[in-house]
Design a protein around this ligand. Structure first.
Ligand code: DX5
Ligand code: ZN
Length: 217
């Protein structure tokens, strides 16, 4: 099976009081992307940070900035996140009435466009959107918190997406988010998503380089 191998540590699990050093740890780890979990206290209970966090951290890393908007009104946020330096900007289909329009806007602004689905949302609900996506983010936990247990049955969605991608000659990346750690790695590798988001496992790893290497193997 051919797939990209990208590791995207999520700064949700970083220590916000020393973000420059945390970014440095990611830079040195061998990970290729940095995942930004933006939460608004409405789509999910917690509030994390907005575009200013990205704008301030962008100069500290040459890695790909992968923004995951867990917000109720993504259409009001996309422009400011793109200006702040997002390379990939992903929003949830569950909150957007005109997802095709928003994906198109993101691409027109020169950014890669992503769509995400929570565990209860089937692949069918994004079927028509796939030709307009650069990334599909499959949530393998319910969004809102780091450190949750992976809902392994969600990995089937990765296989369904791979099948559609191949049959229809599409080229979006498939990312999984939630519960990726050394205990779940074997089942994850079996399906082979392109991007592995990892929050708590990355930041609690003593040797982050070694941890990333295991994910990339
Ligand atoms: C959850 C976030 C995830 C989170 C993953 O809502 O979207 O990106 O940081 O954290 P872990 O890897 O700890 O499950
Ligand atoms: Zn995320």
């Amino acid at each position: 099976m051919k797939y990209k191998k990208i590791v995207a540590p999520s700064i949700l699990s970083a220590n916000f009081s020393k973000m420059d050093r945390e970014i440095d740890e990611i830079n040195k780890s061998g990970a290729q992307w940095i995942h930004f979990d933006v939460m608004d206290g409405s789509f999910v209970p917690p509030i994390t940070f907005g575009d200013k966090m990205l704008k301030d951290l962008k100069p500290l890393s040459g890695l790909v900035m992968d923004v995951h908007l867990m917000v109720e009104h993504p259409q009001t946020q996309v422009k400011s996140f793109i200006e702040a330096g997002a390379d990939y900007l992903t929003f949830h289909v569950e909150v957007c009435r005109h997802s095709h329009g928003l994906l198109t806007t993101i691409r027109e602004c020169g950014c890669k466009a992503g769509i995400s689905i929570v565990p209860s949302t089937p692949i069918d609900s994004i079927r028509e959107l796939l030709p307009f996506c650069d990334l599909v983010l499959v949530m393998t936990v319910n969004p809102g918190f780091g450190g949750q247990k992976m809902i392994s049955s969600m990995l089937k969605k990765v296989q369904s997406l791979q099948k559609i991608r191949e049959e229809e000659f599409l080229d979006f990346l498939i990312s999984i988010d939630g519960g990726v750690n050394l205990n779940t790695l074997a089942q994850v590798k079996e399906v082979g998503p392109d991007v592995l988001v990892t929050g708590s496992a990355f930041f609690s790893a003593e040797d982050k380089g070694q941890f990333v290497e295991k994910l990339l193997q």
